[in-house]
Design a protein around this ligand. Sequence first.
Ligand code: DAT
Ligand code: MG
Length: 138
Amino acid sequence: MATEETLVLVKPDGVARGLTGAILARIEAKGYSLVDLRLVEPDRDTLEQHYAEHEGKPFYEPLLEFMMSGPSVAIRLAGNRVIEGFRSLAGTTDPTTAAPGTIRGDFGRDWGLKVQQNLVHGSDSPESAARELAIWFD
Ligand code: DAT
Ligand code: MG
């Protein structure tokens, strides 16, 4: 598999808790390359595009509200199989059950129903990566 790119977000909880550096350290230790990185405060329109697949789900509105609650760090990340590889570094969606050793497993707190506070986002396929990178970096 050739080098590919993915969109990573350090979400508002990760930035607010001062975990950006720790998360970047894991990404860099794995050997992935930072191509572009910026602090972002997305508007609702950007988030509606980004999370279009989740529109109508019960957690959609709280998710958008959370994502507008403070700055995130958006990262264009490159590497061999980086889409799959970053998802593996991140761990599964729910921080309570994400495996120890993953970003969500090690740093994620149980916020009750607020599963959205799981520190990071990573694109889930080449199609998602291309779509999401265009939203956050164009
Ligand atoms: P992931 O971020 O692991 O790709 P996803 O794409 O299914 O997960 O969902 C996007 C975000 O929405 C996720 O990071 C947290 C939130 N979310 C998902 N399922 C949820 C649920 N059942 N309750 C609350 N928030 C949820
Ligand atoms: Mg997803």
